[in-house]
Design a protein around this ligand. Structure first.
Ligand SMILES: *[C@@H]1O[C@H](CO)[C@@H](O)[C@H](O)[C@H]1NC(C)=O
Ligand SMILES: *[C@@H]1O[C@H](CO)[C@@H](O)[C@H](O)[C@H]1NC(C)=O
Ligand SMILES: *[C@@H]1O[C@H](CO)[C@@H](O)[C@H](O)[C@H]1NC(C)=O
Ligand SMILES: *[C@@H]1O[C@H](CO)[C@@H](O)[C@H](O)[C@H]1NC(C)=O
Ligand SMILES: [Zn+2]
Length: 474
């Protein structure tokens, strides 16, 4: 029995025992009191084995160099530290991209870029014909934001690769780190530009042809100035074929307070809520705030106010905490204290993880807009759904793989939904998807106070590394 156990364990490479703790555990249980398997494994791998964990420890995350990389990347910014501003195709964006490509090269990855600057660093698997397992995020930053949003999912992914390389791991499916172009909508008003195009959005191709920034620079001119010599024909080459990836994972700060408040190390995302945004305009009659009597008025401002309350009502009526709606913009014309608003402009954001439920809310908001305009005698001059992305669900098998890994690492975790959206929302259209959240200080994001501790980041890197390894052998 002892001999059999030894042979079985010898047949496994060290990283295989990481991935088959139950198998390994049963081997130990069958062994003698002296636990020959332990000695064998330590001799074999050089890594310390903790019987209580029933796994090998991964080589440690290099916390110091990971923190240094996060700090260094944050210096590629248009605003002074601690704020970070890194806008698509600006000089600092180009320098930051160069920095990441350098790190990919140092990690031994084969680097390539597509026409819009999505960057791919690939570690060829032993069976490169199989769909790859990919992970990644973004490094662009809205004005005066912080240094962790997105960055943790790019630099953390590279460290996960480095950890696996130090462990002597050999992937079967290729592993790939992706840097997505422009997750933030800052420059051209398009969020998740890179991943949206990878996921095959024809609508985006049309929009990009017309897109200019606030300096009237076209998308294509901006891309060219960053060294991407593209024209319209190149855009369709960016789109991925279905099946390109076996799985896609993204490591990200939570951008909400729950993990920190509850003292939980890892959030496993089960679904990503998706936003729809709506623009509404009412046109009534203006007039003097003193002279026009109340029964004579067709106040476009009050129509906007009523609609805002209707949005709240329809959202609450769903009875679901996952349904949210926000009226973030109301602009009144002419905007003077003594003038009845003759026009109003309302922008509404509504989100849910359930597409049908969200779309039902949108329909009710539309009905309310019509009803309010009739009752108040104002014209509903515009009701436009600007975008209506479908939410995404994480793949069950990926959630299960992550839960196994989190247990092996003895980390506390919870299942949660992502109320913010990410590149994963779009990658889910072309690949099974899963996301890992780590705590961040008070849930702050998109401001300079954004912070995640290197210990929490390292936990996320470990979960990512082992999940990548597991899936690459699947
Ligand atoms: C765009 O397409 C042209 C023509 O096919 C090609 O020469 C060029 O290299 C492409 N540019 C990029 C950035 O892929
Ligand atoms: C990975 O495979 C690609 C395609 O076969 C090849 O071009 C590249 O050089 C390989 N990379 C490494 C690091 O071996
Ligand atoms: C923006 O640029 C286009 C093309 O160069 C030009 O036709 C248009 O007049 C410009 N618009 C503004 C507002 O400058
Ligand atoms: C797992 O974590 C818990 C809580 O942090 C701790 O009490 C326990 O000792 C850990 N178990 C192992 C095997 O490390
Ligand atoms: Zn992000």
């Amino acid at each position: 029995m002892e001999r059999q156990a030894k042979q079985l364990v010898m047949a496994l490479k060290p990283w295989e025992t990481l991935l088959f703790p139950f198998l390994f555990f049963s081997v130990i249980a069958a062994g003698s009191h002296e636990d020959p398997t332990k000695r064998t494994m330590e001799e074999f791998s050089g890594y310390v084995f903790h019987p209580s964990h029933s796994i090998f420890s991964l080589p440690p995350v290099d916390k110091e160099s990971l923190q240094n990389q996060i700090d260094e990347l944050s210096t590629f910014s248009d605003t002074p530290a601690p704020s970070v501003t890194r806008i698509l195709y600006t000089e600092n964006d180009v320098l930051a991209r160069r920095y990441i490509k350098g790190l990919m090269g140092q990690a031994g990855l084969s680097v390539h870029e597509d026409a819009v600057g999505n960057i791919f660093g690939r570690w060829n698997g032993s069976d490169p014909e199989l769909g790859a397992v990919a992970t990644g995020s973004h490094i662009d930053a809205i004005p005066y934001s912080g240094k962790y949003d997105g960055v943790v999912g790019v630099l953390g992914a590279l460290e996960a690769i480095n950890v696996l390389k130090r462990a002597g791991f050999q992937p079967k499916r290729s592993l790939e780190v992706i840097l997505f172009t422009s997750e933030e909508p800052t420059r051209f008003g398009i969020s998740c530009l890179g991943s949206r195009l990878l996921a095959g959005s024809e609508a985006l191709v049309h929009v990009l042809k017309e897109s200019v920034d606030d300096q009237n620079t076209s998308f294509f001119d901006a891309a060219r100035s960053a060294g991407y010599a593209i024209s319209q024909e190149n855009l369709s080459n960016v789109m991925l074929k279905k099946g390109s990836y076996f799985a896609f994972l993204e490591l990200h700060i939570e951008q909400g307070p729950l993990l920190e408040e509850e003292g939980v190390s890892i959030g496993i995302v089960t679904a990503i809520a998706a936003p729809a945004s709506i623009k509404v305009e009412f046109e009534g009659n203006g007039g003097h705030a003193g002279a026009v009597l109340m029964p004579e008025r067709n106040d476009a401002g009050l129509a906007a106010a009523e609609l805002a309350l209707a949005v709240e009502k329809h959202v609450l009526e769903t009875g679901s905490v996952d349904t949210v709606g926000t009226v973030g913009i109301i602009v009144l014309h002419p905007g003077a204290i003594n003038s009845i608003p003759s026009k109003s402009h309302v922008e509404i954001d509504t989100r849910d993880i359930d597409e049908k439920r969200r779309d039902a809310v949108i329909e009710k908001i539309h009905q309310s807009s019509i009803e309010v305009s009739r009752r108040r005698g104002v014209k509903l001059s515009e009701f436009r759904i600007v975008n209506q992305d479908p939410p995404a669900k994480s793949e069950h098998s990926i959630i299960n793989a992550m839960e196994d890994v989190v247990q092996q690492l003895n980390l506390s975790h919870k299942l949660m939904i992502s109320r913010a959206y990410h590149d994963s929302l779009f990658m889910a259209r072309v690949s099974p998807m899963g996301m890992i959240f780590i705590p961040c200080y008070k849930g702050y994001s998109h401001k300079p106070e954004e912070y995640a501790s290197i210990v929490d980041i390292a936990n996320g890197v470990n979960v990512l590394a082992l999940t990548l390894a597991k899936l690459s052998l699947d």
